[in-house]
Write a protein that binds this ligand. Structure first.
Ligand SMILES: [Zn+2]
Length: 331
């Protein structure tokens, strides 16, 4: 299902999830409800978005500010964990409506937001040009004067709280996460995987890694998960989909799969067409783990819920295998 993009001021009804410590998830309405959440942090009259979704998400984010009684001028920052378009595609459009907002980016991601041509080309390679336009519309560059890069370990103040940025390669080389130490939570973008609320069980959340093209790196990913665990977080805020707790259990589940998906990909490295084998093995792994973690959903329902991730993860694992064969260093 696709959505026609709507103008920034067309009234829409946002779906909000209120979390502790001034944190609200706004459904970004990307692909389908419950798939992607932009997070809004409000503190002492100041606010920031962590990831923003696509151009089509912008009206929902602005409506969320209205519903929460937060002035557009109170938004100091867009914290863009990485430049994948479901996270940052709407940033340029959103900034036009937020007069004081600055976008904070990893130094490797920043150039792609001032000049999105490469991002467009990359996404068109995954989705095709027509589907790309449907999903993301026209990417609006972020003016360089309204952007700032953040180094590993750098902090910013937002109202009364301090946020720390950690560079966390693994899902993408240009990825950072945002640590809110005082409230024991981390905004993880895609570095702590994907966890749809529809797949929750009595044991808690079910979680999978995202190995999307083109920068998956299993070793770096495992190290990034461990680094986040070092903060002993009580909760993680994922773009897909929002707050999860019971972090040590989820980290184990995630790390087990990062290693296993790399093993699966290597096992098909010499196949003439590796996609079918990788996808089938990944689905078998996920069905088995979902059962182990207490899911009672039928196989077909699980496969449907994970269908998009099976496709993207398979593409990303193939891209990882191909990179491993090349001798040239990637930019
Ligand atoms: Zn991503």
């Amino acid at each position: 299902m696709t959505r026609t993009s709507v103008g920034a001021d067309v009234p829409v009804k946002p779906t909000l999830y209120r979390h502790p410590h001034g944190i609200t998830a706004v459904d970004a309405e990307y692909l389908y409800p419950g798939h992607a959440a932009a997070h809004l942090i409000a503190d002492s009259g100041h606010a920031a978005f962590v990831d923003v979704g696509t151009n089509s998400s912008v009206p929902y984010l602005l409506a969320a500010l209205d519903e929460l009684g937060i002035a557009r001028s109170a938004v100091d920052y867009l914290l863009l964990t990485h430049v994948h378009l479901d996270h940052a595609g709407g940033a340029g459009t959103l900034m036009r409506a937020l007069p004081n907002a600055r976008a904070l980016l990893h130094p490797r991601g920043a150039p792609h937001m001032t000049d999105p041509a490469k991002l467009v080309a990359g996404a068109e390679a995954v989705y095709g040009a027509a589907r790309f336009r449907e999903m993301y519309g026209e990417l609006v560059p972020i003016p360089p004067g309204r952007m700032q890069t953040v180094q590993d370990g750098e902090r910013v103040e937002l109202g009364g709280r301090s946020l720390t940025f950690l560079h966390t390669p693994g899902h993408a080389r240009h990825h950072y996460v945002v640590v809110d130490e005082a409230h024991r939570c981390i905004f993880t973008g895609d570095t702590f995987g994907i966890s749809y609320r529809a797949l929750d069980t009595e044991k808690g959340a079910f979680i999978i890694p995202s190995t999307t093209p083109t920068q998956f790196d299993p070793e770096a990913h495992l190290a990034s998960v461990d680094r986040m665990l070092g903060y002993d977080p009580e909760s993680m805020y994922l773009m897909h989909f929002s707050r999860v707790t019971g972090v040590p259990r989820l980290a184990r589940l995630l790390k087990e799969q990062i290693a296993e998906l790399a093993r699966i990909a290597r096992g098909h490295a010499d196949d003439a067409a590796p996609a079918a084998g990788i996808r089938a093995d990944m689905l078998a792994l996920w069905l088995q783990l979902a059962r182990r973690e207490g899911s009672r959903l039928p196989d077909a329902a699980l496969a449907k819920a994970l269908d998009g991730d099976l496709t993207l993860n398979t593409q990303g694992l193939i891209s990882w295998l191909e990179r491993g064969r090349k001798t040239t260093v990637q930019p």
